[in-house]
Design a protein around this ligand. Structure first.
Ligand SMILES: *Cc1c(COP(=O)(O)O)cnc(C)c1O
Length: 434
């Protein structure tokens, strides 16, 4: 499988290059040259398959020319020691796809662990090293830290805004050690991202290191997210109803992965783009005009994105045909008050606890079902409620337990390097640790 750049479809690079470089030099995004059509028979035959079984079959269709089959199977099984179960709230009507059973308790584990496995394979084969730089507002950093921990040939530096991530998130970034370094920046998430972006364009740093990104601009974080849409379909297929997915979205990697599964032949009636007040994509679906904006702060803060970096991929998958995209994708947006009300209502009605992001997805599904009452709805649960413990407890008035594996992290000492949002200082730091 080769990859092309959305800015220049005639460019073709290998799997290894797309994986390790992350971004094409022309600043486009890598996309697979062809999307294998798996066919309805494949999706109808997967009911009992685990996430890693399904992941291996789709990975084979994509990458069998780049990685030997037995090795690929081992890598995929190593990436997914957890499952992504569908939980029923109302039989045949309202289901939640729980994507938070990985080590950092958010769906980003799926992409981060798959990418780490693939990178580890190619680096070991070529005896090379890469240095991953990642800016995080919370969830990405945790998934990347835990996913890349101890992978040979990879060093990870994570930048996060001081005082602006939750306690649990900070523990995930700062207590692991080994090949993971955390920098606590005196500034905002945008400052962190600017430092990383500048580093990628700095010639001295690029000479010294092979720099890579683990943000969702890397197509290898996105591809494995298509697997759980297929896995979820396998779990509700026996109901014999048209299936719709609602995806709480920020940078639109997760929804692009759903579109990728659709292009592979997954029988889906509709996707729903559910957002908070950062509503650029729902507005686009309404008006046909794409107008990125500065982000606004909400309680579903992992979705506070005003210029979604995967929007280009989404439109690309539909050949920039607005009408074709609009037919398969609906969009809705909700404010914090509606989100809290949904969290409280779901808890009361179903005794089920949602994180604020998941609640936005649920609201999108309910909105769609007002005009389409007969569909089998699957709403994606993107994080465990314990990741947003204080907020969730203040809404449902009940303690939220932190899973045992993470409780252990809470007792470990924090190690971070404090820094101003200053590129010279950041660069010095990287060069010193070379
Ligand atoms: C990252 C994140 C999202 C947004 O996903 P995108 O792929 O950026 O659209 C939603 N919910 C949670 C909990 C997240 O961490």
């Amino acid at each position: 499988m080769k990859f092309y750049s959305t800015n220049n479809p005639s460019v073709r690079v290998s799997m290894e290059e797309a994986l390790l470089r992350s971004l094409p030099a022309d600043r486009g995004l890598y996309m697979p040259e062809t999307i294998p059509f798996m066919g309805v028979d494949f999706f109808n035959s997967i009911s009992g398959g685990s996430l890693s079984d399904i992941g291996f079959q789709i990975s084979s269709a994509l990458f069998k020319d780049s990685i030997p089959s037995d090795k690929l199977e081992e890598l995929v099984h190593h990436a997914f020691p957890f499952d992504t179960p569908v939980v029923t709230l109302e039989d045949g009507k309202t289901h939640v796809l729980e994507l938070f059973h990985g080590p950092s308790l958010a769906f980003k584990d799926v992409g981060a662990r798959y990418m780490a496995a693939m990178m580890g394979y190619f680096l070991e084969k070529s005896n090379r090293e890469v240095h991953i730089l990642v800016a995080t507002s919370g969830d990405t950093g945790g998934a990347v830290a835990m996913g890349f921990l101890g992978v040979p040939g990879i060093k990870v530096t994570i930048l996060y805004p001081s005082g602006r991530v939750s306690e649990l998130q900070e523990k995930q970034l700062t207590t692991l050690g080994q090949n993971i370094t955390a920098i606590e920046v005196d500034g905002s998430f945008d400052d962190c991202q600017a430092l990383v972006k500048t580093a990628f364009t700095d010639s001295e740093l690029n000479q010294q290191f092979s720099l890579a990104s683990a943000n969702s601009i890397n197509i290898f974080r996105l591809i494995p997210q298509s697997f759980y849409y297929a896995r979820a379909y396998g779990q509700v297929k026996h109901l014999g109803k048209p299936v719709v997915f609602s995806t709480p979205s920020g940078n639109f990697g997760n929804l692009s992965a759903g579109a990728l599964a659709y292009k592979m032949g997954l029988p889906v009636q509709q996707f729903i783009a559910s957002t908070n007040r950062n509503y650029v994509v729902p507005k686009y679906l309404e008006t046909g005009i794409y107008e990125p904006k500065p982000s606004v702060e909400t309680i579903s803060n992992a979705m506070d994105v005003g210029a979604p970096s995967n929007f280009v991929r989404l439109t690309h998958l539909f050949d920039d045909n607005f009408e074709a995209l609009k037919q398969i994708l609906s969009g809705y947006y909700f404010d914090d008050e509606q989100t809290k009300q949904a969290m409280a209502a779901v808890y009361q009605q179903f005794d089920y606890v949602m994180c604020p992001h998941t609640a936005v997805g649920y609201l999108g599904l309910k909105n769609y079902q007002q005009s389409h009452p007969d569909v089998c709805g699957i709403s994606l649960a993107t994080a465990h409620p314990a990741k947003f413990k204080e907020l969730v407890e203040s809404v449902i008035h009940k303690p939220v337990e932190i899973p045992a594996e993470l409780e252990e992290l809470m007792n470990r000492p924090k190690h971070s390097f404090k820094m101003k949002a200053d590129f010279t200082e950041f660069k010095e730091f990287l060069l010193q640790t070379a």
